[in-house]
Design a protein around this ligand. Structure first.
Ligand SMILES: [Zn+2]
Length: 108
């Protein structure tokens, strides 16, 4: 296999992994809490294996402390303050902060 082909294959694999992760999070949306948590774990493992980072959209959907899936209103409370997204997890009772406009802050 040529180097070029290898690179293409790598990209392909990453693309597939991203699609599968998106699918998992979609599934978690409608699943019970236990199943949703399992989907999050699966997605994380998949990302690790494919060597990709979960995007911010996905990171917003689970608690980084206890890895439980976040459903607004039922398993977590989400507030915005000073351009920050503050997620309060009911399960581990911890806060997760996330910048809403990450790109703009990096430019400064
Ligand atoms: Zn948590």
């Amino acid at each position: 296999m040529s180097v070029k082909q290898k690179i293409i294959e790598k990209h392909e694999r990453k693309k597939i992994a991203i699609e599968e992760i998106a699918e998992l999070f979609k599934k978690a949306e409608n699943a019970s809490q236990v199943m949703a948590d399992r989907c999050v774990l699966k997605a994380q493992k998949m990302a690790q294996r494919a060597n990709i980072r979960l995007t911010r959209e996905f990171k917003r959907k689970y608690c980084k402390h206890c890895n439980s899936h976040i459903k607004t209103g039922t398993s977590a409370r989400i507030r915005t303050r000073n351009g920050m997204l503050i997620i309060y997890c009911y399960k581990c009772k911890k806060f997760t902060k996330q910048a809403l406009k990450e790109k703009l802050q990096n430019k400064r």
